[in-house]
Design a protein around this ligand. Structure first.
Ligand code: ADP
Length: 297
C-alpha cells in the first residue's frame, strides 16, 4: 500500500487580460476552483492508476476542505488519515494572463499545521504502508518526523518541492530522492555539475540510497547508490499542452510501482509514461491517467 503524506490545497484560478500592478484592480473571468497541493495530487494520481492509496494531510473545517476530501474519495483514496481543522484549508490564489504567465500567492493554512505529533499519531498508517511518499509543502520538522517513524522495510520517496535545505538523516532515508532540474540545482548549489548525470552522482554523494532526476520531455535519470549506476529512461514523445502536476503524477506512479517490487529503472519507465499522459491534458488532478490510458500510450 502507498501512503502519501503532504499538502492539500484549493487552487483558485482567475483568468485576466493583464495581471494587476500594485494598487491596481482588474476584472477577471469566473473563478475556477481546482483540487491541488502536491500531496493531494500524488494521492489522486496513484489511486487513479489502481494503487491502494491513503493520504495523511490536514485541511480546514470549511468548504474548500470538504471539496478536497470529496475529490480524494472520488478517486478512491483512503481519507481516514486526513485531519480536519486548526486553520483554514490551504489555498493557492492564481491569476493567469492570456500568454499563460501566472502570479500565485499560496496560503499554506492547515498544511502548515500538520505537526510531528500528527505523524506519530498516525503510526498504523505507516505500518500498513510499503512505500511512503512525501514532499515539502508541509513543515520540514513534520517531514523529518516521517523519516523518523519509518520502519526499516518501508521505502521513503521524497520530492523536495518547494526546495529547502534537508537534514542529513532525511536525505539518508530517501530511496529515492526525486528531483526536477530546478530542485537538483537548488540542493547542489555551487556543487552542481554541467550535466544531469553529474547532478545525479553529486546528489547520491549527499546520502540518499537512490536518486531520480526528472528531465521533462527528456524523461528521467535514475541513479542507484548501491551500484553507483546511472541509467537514462526516455519519455514517450507527446504533444504537451499543460505540464501542471506532471512531476506529481510521475512521483506517484514511481512510488506505487516500487511498492509492487519493481526495480527503480523499471518503475521509472512506467512513471515517465504516466507523466507524459498528464502533460497532454489541461489541469493537474484532471489530467492524471488510469493504468489503461497509460498502456495505450
Ligand atoms: P516537474 O513537473 O516536477 O517540473 P518534469 O518537468 O521533469 O517535472 O516532468 C516530470 C515527468 O513528466 C517527466 O519525467 C516526463 O515523464 C513527463 N513530462 C514532462 N514534460 C513532458 C513533455 N513535454 N513530454 C513528455 N513527457 C513530459
Amino acid at each position: 500500500d502507498l501512503l502519501v503524506v503532504g499538502s492539500a490545497n484549493a487552487d483558485l484560478v482567475i483568468g485576466v487580460e493583464r495581471r494587476p500592478a500594485p494598487g491596481e484592480t482588474v476584472l477577471g473571468s469566473d473563478l475556477a476552483v481546482h483540487p491541488g497541493g502536491k500531496g493531494g495530487n500524488q494521492a489522486v494520481a496513484a489511486a487513479r492508476l489502481g494503487a491502494v492509496t491513503a493520504l495523511l494531510a490536514r485541511v480546514g473545517d470549511d468548504a474548500h476542505g470538504r471539496l478536497l476530501l470529496e475529490s480524494q474519495r472520488a478517486a478512491g483514496v483512503d481519507t481516514e488519515g486526513v485531519l480536519v481543522g486548526g486553520a483554514p484549508t490551504g489555498v493557492a490564489l492564481i491569476t493567469v494572463d492570456p500568454s499563460g504567465d501566472n502570479s500565485i500567492v499560496v496560503s499554506p493554512g492547515a498544511n502548515g499545521r500538520l505537526t510531528p505529533e500528527d505523524i506519530r499519531a498516525a503510526r498504523p498508517l505507516f505500518e500498513a504502508a510499503r512505500v511512503v511518499s512525501v514532499q515539502l509543502e508541509i513543515p520540514l520538522e513534520t517531514v523529518a518526523e516521517v523519516a523518523g517513524v519509518m520502519s526499516r522495510d518501508t521505502r521513503l520517496v521524497l520530492n523536495p518541492s518547494p526546495p529547502a535545505p534537508l537534514p542529513d538523516h532525511v536525505l539518508a532515508a530517501c530511496d529515492p530522492l526525486v528531483v526536477n532540474e530546478h530542485e537538483a540545482r537548488y540542493i547542489l548549489g555551487e556543487a552542481a555539475g554541467a550535466t544531469p548525470g553529474e547532478w545525479a552522482r553529486a546528489l547520491l554523494k549527499l546520502g540518499p540510497r537512490s536518486v531520480v532526476v526528472t528531465l521533462g520531455a527528456a524523461g528521467a535519470l535514475v541513479a542507484d547508490g548501491r551500484t553507483g549506476d546511472v541509467v537514462s529512461v526516455s519519455s514517450p514523445r507527446v504533444e504537451a499542452v499543460d505540464t501542471t502536476g506532471a512531476g506529481d503524477a510521475f512521483t506517484a506512479a514511481l512510488a506505487w510501482r516500487l511498492g509492487l517490487g519493481e526495480q527503480l529503472a523499471e518503475a521509472a519507465a512506467f512513471a515517465v509514461r504516466v507523466g507524459a499522459v498528464a502533460v497532454t491534458r489541461q489541469g493537474a488532478q484532471e489530467s492524471f491517467p488510469s493504468a489503461e490510458e497509460v498502456s495505450v500510450l
